[in-house]
Design a protein around this ligand. Sequence first.
Ligand SMILES: Cc1cc2nc3c(=O)[nH]c(=O)nc-3n(C[C@H](O)[C@H](O)[C@H](O)COP(=O)(O)OP(=O)(O)OC[C@H]3O[C@@H](n4cnc5c(N)ncnc54)[C@H](O)[C@@H]3O)c2cc1C
Length: 491
Amino acid sequence: MATDPLRIAIVGGGIAGLAAAWEWVPLLQRGRVRVTVLESRDRFGGLIRTDRRSGLVIEGGPDSFLARKPEARELCRAVGLGEHLIGTRPDIRGAYIYHHGRLHPIPAGMQAGIPSDLGPLVRSGLLSPWGKFRASWDLWLPRVLPRDGRDVSVGWFLRRRFGEEVVVRLAEPMLSGIYAADIDQLSLAATFPRLAEIEHRSRSLILGLSRSGPPAPARDPASPPPSLFQTLDTGLDTLIDTLVARLTAAGAELLRGHPVESISREGRGYRLGLAGGSGRSFEGVILATPAYVTARLLGALDPRLGALHDRIPYSSLAVVGLGYAPEAIPRPLDKTGYLIPRDSGFSTTAVTWLSAKWRHRHQSELVPLRAFLGRTGGPDVAELDDQGLLGLALHDLAATMGLTAAPAYHVLFRWRRALPQYLVGHVERVREIRERLQAWPGLAVAGAAYDGPGVPDCIASARTAVAAVAGALGMQTAGTPGPAAGSPRGL
Ligand SMILES: Cc1cc2nc3c(=O)[nH]c(=O)nc-3n(C[C@H](O)[C@H](O)[C@H](O)COP(=O)(O)OP(=O)(O)OC[C@H]3O[C@@H](n4cnc5c(N)ncnc54)[C@H](O)[C@@H]3O)c2cc1C
């Protein structure tokens, strides 16, 4: 017997929201659901934004995704962008760290800021003799993590194992690019649970990491190692544009300029309150909004759910994209760029030499660079005016890489409250959020605030959310674990 399609709303049209909409397409095409994406702004994509005005491809937000997590690559292929996937340049590997007026290569064997080999660390100019000696204590120190399994900060843990210098000069600059939080508040359980396992198993992280590093797949020794990152040669917003086009063609309703202001229970479904006092009803709702928006929306249904989301703070940052005449570049761009530790006093945290990272992306002779500015606890760079922001980036480039020429092109991106901070206790908070959501069948959350801030993590969270909503409504998607019971419509 034919039944009316169930109405599904996805609030937020960033990558998590659009990936969630994509998951519904098979059921949409079979007439089982109607899908509506409600995005508050006048464009989809959220933090994914690409500037091509100068002929350079400059990303304002993410410029790539981790290749070892398959979700983003799979989505690119599924929407027909497989042939545009590229890896980083095979001839250029690694990056520098700025310290005391010089760029030092990141020592070999570092895994996200954590040494797995003492040799390269000892030879590096990044640490003092005392700092190197202190780092070696890891080899004989007993286990330091609390026996009761309590979460601690990454800074707390690494400082005890390796000492202050490894934390300040290596771990903090490498990790703050991925996780926006202060390393002394960043949850070990949420970001590097593997390190706790390694300490538990091997006691020493250096010994444990050197034994348990990722197994190298068999490959031709003459061929370059596989790329750690992938992107689209056309720019990551191509994924957004393609998703929007394919979803529209599949019959999804994609609404821009539609902020959702409230959510309330209505029978077995939910009513979303929209601007101007109007509203729409849905059987299933996925909130793919930043945690501080989700907090406001869910707080009215369940104050505890609101409070848990409110305890996920966000960092602001700015990205300055620059194009230089080749003769203006004062040094060889022989690595992918460099990181700048907090103790240097600069607002810039990292500079990417884009032409060294990616090949064949640009229709311009200009040399593209990208500077990231803003630190947790530091000045709010996203509030600077254009002149102030550009001036700060140029000042830091002159001081750290001797680049004093004026850029031929620049573009500024300000990201206010953009990156969720995974503070100590994050895993526990997310577990409680998911547990409490069980009381609201057909309602789920997705996005960067929960299980990882990377693009693949956001896509994975979207799949999980769709599977949960579909399961609650008695349907199956590719990600649904098994046949669902208690279907409200017997589907
Ligand atoms: C500068 C920068 C660099 C990054 N680099 C990388 C990288 O290299 N690799 C990587 O994997 N990740 C990177 N990230 C992280 C990654 O880009 C983000 O975590 C991810 O894009 C977040 O996607 P999302 O859909 O969860 O959230 P968002 O992209 O924030 O989307 C949420 C959407 O919800 C909308 N919204 C908000 N309120 C409402 C409302 N009331 N009603 C309707 N809609 C609403 C917003 O307008 C927005 O479009 C980077 C992030 C930044 C900022």
